[in-house]
Design a binder for this molecule. Sequence first.
Ligand code: AMP
Ligand code: GLY
Length: 448
Amino acid sequence: MSRKKTESKTSKFPSPTNVLILGNGGREHALGWKLKQSKHVAKLYFAPGNGGTSGVGGLGENVDLKIEPVNTKHCDAIDYFVRHHNVGLIVVGPEDPLAGGMVDRLQKYGHRVFGPIEAAARLEGDKAFSKQLMRAASIPTAEARVFTNLDAALTYVESRDTPVVVKAAGLAKGKGVIVCDDNEQAMAAVREIMEDHAFGDAGNTVVIEERLSGQEVSVLALVDGRNIFVLDPAQDHKQAYENDTGPNTGGMGAYTPTPLMDDAMLTEIERDVLVPVVDALRRDGIEYKGVLYAGLMLTAGGPKVLEFNCRFGDPECQPLMMRMKGDLFLIMNAVIDGTLDEVDLSWDKRCCCCVVMASGGYPGKYENGKVITGIEEAEAAGDGDVFVFHAGTTRDKDDQVLTAGGRVLGVCALGDDLKDAQQKANAACDRIHFSGAQFRRDIGYRVM
Ligand code: AMP
Ligand code: GLY
């Protein structure tokens, strides 16, 4: 699907510049991989990066800069680095620094930064704010109530006769949402968040909402303050095991495009969800620039918003970058400059499937430090259609790649259709080895 295409204006960038990417996940590796293809990009720096973003044959250089918490000391260090390394663009990948105001601060030093400012990132960082805004703008979403008082929350849950979802309002590393089957579970969830402070201050406010059912779709859009460009839709697979069983994870795989949403539905989402959000923020004097990600559930009563994220999804970003045809450096700069209507935003027609290889035991306890082999072989066998993005990896002094996290690799493959892409990605995973590796072979099964 290609919905907009015009000639890009490149004269703004007469000589190549270096780019600093903040973050260490598969998303940041994928953004770097795509940025590196731009003739306007000289060198990539990652802070802190991972085993795929530096090293022999690597993409760039990992630098020792702290990105959390967002404070003067850390921002001063980033500013110093940027000024001394000819960095012309800073990309903020993850939600925590965005919600913490990293973009605002780095802009004040005079740098060009991709990502929304703190007030806009509140859409993700504060679920109570986001719910209130959706209600005010009549955006379809689950019915919800917001509580800051434990007893009031418990009384409300007790009075309900349909299942609810209990959410810590603040950022909780993707773990603050508890989907409950009955009131007993919901009471326990409220206590866990508000009484035991399982997610710290993120749970000082809780959102309790009706539990919806249906397929989930990720609709991401680039927003430049003025223009909204909706990316091809993707579907994430949150549960750890095949057939969507087991505990929720950060995402075990994703593919794009998905047949669950056609162009007409995307236009509807743009009109009924994205435009109203951006307009509502603008009325409050907040300009949204960056990626706006709507997590939707396709219910019997139509699509409803589960959450907003203020960044690229991980792992959705990886297959999206594999299919993006335009120059990401120019696209990111167009978002900053409010000129998205001037850049090439077309897509590779093929489908891309990303299979996450995770550490044994993830999302529970797992061990780090396992040697990973076969990545280069898997890519070579893929004939240009396979790329392996690193997430939880590091390198030892001999440049060996080791596991260093729950989600270790995002193995992506392009194919003529989803089945072809999935088969290629699974075949690539079979060539990659580390002790305890687990992955789902069924990414995309719900639409096949
Ligand atoms: P969130 O971070 O709010 O998107 O929630 C994480 C996950 O919890 C979502 O991807 C859904 O799988 C699930 N979830 C969130 N809200 C609801 C809801 N109202 N009904 C059913 N499932 C939900
Ligand atoms: N893949 C879900 C997320 O990035 O939040």
